[in-house]
Design a protein around this ligand. Sequence first.
Ligand code: PEP
Ligand code: MN
Length: 264
Amino acid sequence: MENTKELRTWLDDMKLNHPLVIAGPCSAETEEQVLKIAHELKDSDVSYFRAGIWKPRTRPGMFEGVGEIGLHWLKKVKEETGMKTCTEVANAAHVKLALEHDVDLLWIGARSTVSPFIMQEIADALAGTDKIVLVKNPVNPDLALWLGGIERLYTAGIKNLGAIHRGFSTYEKSKYRNTPEWQLAIEFQNKFPDLPLINDPSHITGKRDMVFDVCQTALDLNFDGLMIETHYDPENAWSDAAQQVTPDALKQIMVDLKVKKETE
Ligand code: PEP
Ligand code: MN
């Protein structure tokens, strides 16, 4: 990949004086839930509102997302709050619908990054788009798969790119839901130093009371942003109930975080 400086133009153009913040529920559940959370996040550092519409669940029989109707709710979020919107896409059909409904930023989930076939299908469906596309690390600690996913998108002409570090599955017991393996994130930064790198403390920790510390570590390591799952009633969320924080808690996290200055 040449000319990698241009990969961060989308982020530099936002001229934020703080890390990029993406927040919103793990899953869009109802129109009321989506809009209530969005309104509670409106006057905060959040630039992009996230909500999963198609949910990749490990075992069948759980809530698998509301599907296409959720894209109409995201459009309302944009109209009513001015926040930009984002959702996960996991195949060409999702990409087509998300682009038709003008979702501003699409992310590729950890279970998709592991599959070169799916990554290629998504890259082909996105070819030439100017939407922002973020690639989560694969579920397993395989740096090459992560880099390969980014390269497939770049080769398909997608220039507004970034990555999300969401930790890695392990067989060993750990205090984390997905261990951060910070060294691997640092290796990623060394390979693609200009590519915006966002941290996802929610899926790393799996527990809301650990979210702050992971955010702080990420900022200390010069991450460009944070994606934090946020719900007004986390305990009763339809997915990832243990890790979501309330909008008020999110705002407090942003106040408490120490952001490194360029000169440090
Ligand atoms: C999510 O962001 O809700 C999600 C499913 O994440 P991941 O792909 O990191 O598991
Ligand atoms: Mn989630």
